[in-house]
Design a protein around this ligand. Sequence first.
Ligand SMILES: NC(=O)c1ccc[n+]([C@@H]2O[C@H](COP(=O)([O-])OP(=O)(O)OC[C@H]3O[C@@H](n4cnc5c(N)ncnc54)[C@H](O)[C@@H]3O)[C@@H](O)[C@H]2O)c1
Length: 305
Amino acid sequence: MERRLLDGKIAIVTGAAHGIGRGHALELAKHGATVVVADFGGDVRGEGRSGDADAVVELITKRGGKAVADHADIADEEQAATLVERAVRDFGRLDIVVNNAGIARDKVIWNMTAADFDAVMRVHVRGTWLMTHLAAIQWRNRAKAGERFTGRVINTTSGAGLSGNFGQSNYATAKAAIVGLTLTTSLELARFGVTVNAVGPGGMTRLTATMSADMKAFEPDDLAEDEYHPMDPAGSSPLVAWLASDEAQHVSGQVLRAIHDKIHLMRGWHEAATIDNREKRWTTDDLGHRIATGLYGTRAPGLGG
Ligand SMILES: NC(=O)c1ccc[n+]([C@@H]2O[C@H](COP(=O)([O-])OP(=O)(O)OC[C@H]3O[C@@H](n4cnc5c(N)ncnc54)[C@H](O)[C@@H]3O)[C@@H](O)[C@H]2O)c1
């Protein structure tokens, strides 16, 4: 029997009606958290609405956990505010926000419409920002009132955002933006005892099913509760539950990928090489040569090496 890490915690998991978010909601509830299953029940493109979140609440309840559904569109300011206010009103406070809701509208950039770009940015970037902003207001008020507590934000990035992916200029941009948001809010919220991290999950879900027929979505009953499958969308959920726990107080501003049976610590942009012009304005005359020799070494392809 695993240790329960989240007894008494109040968590919102966005996009928890399906796939990866459903896995997170089940895992957090298994660890004793009360979970708000926040999902408007749209399709993979973000269109349509349904009460799919209710089935996840039923499943959590059947397994002995505590959960309620909320059908808010988390990228809508008013609906997101009502979602957070409701959690605080009904359960007394908010401890954990898992920003997982997402959609995909893949196309190569010359075929992608601005509407497809906006829709993807809206859910991933605006939605993640809004939920963090609203939770931050709650946490700041508690800190100002002299309360000591721990708060958690766990965001969702992806390989596309970290390394790029063909056909996903909207999605990759959004997922990279979530990393910038994670790094910045981890600095801003540290003073309140709140950690902010990003997880890059994996698994076969409705989203991956749109890319290949072999990637069909897992249903909740496809696997026994503790069974291992490399493409289980709940594969990253134990990491999310641990990051949400008090044990993870020292981990913030980090990007972790949980793929199959591996967890990777990701490290991004850092100075790899520098050329220094010693307080003189750069001129284009020797820039090509200095870049080739000083930044890349002389064998850099296409840089005159
Ligand atoms: N599946 C993968 O391999 C993979 C890899 C990396 C990252 N991700 C990310 O994981 C997250 C979950 O993806 P998934 O594969 O489980 O997809 P999914 O379609 O199975 O689940 C996404 C859920 O988000 C909900 N949602 C979308 N927009 C919403 C909004 N505005 N308000 C409320 N709910 C909303 C949908 O209704 C859906 O239930 C996404 O952020 C995705 O980008 C997935």
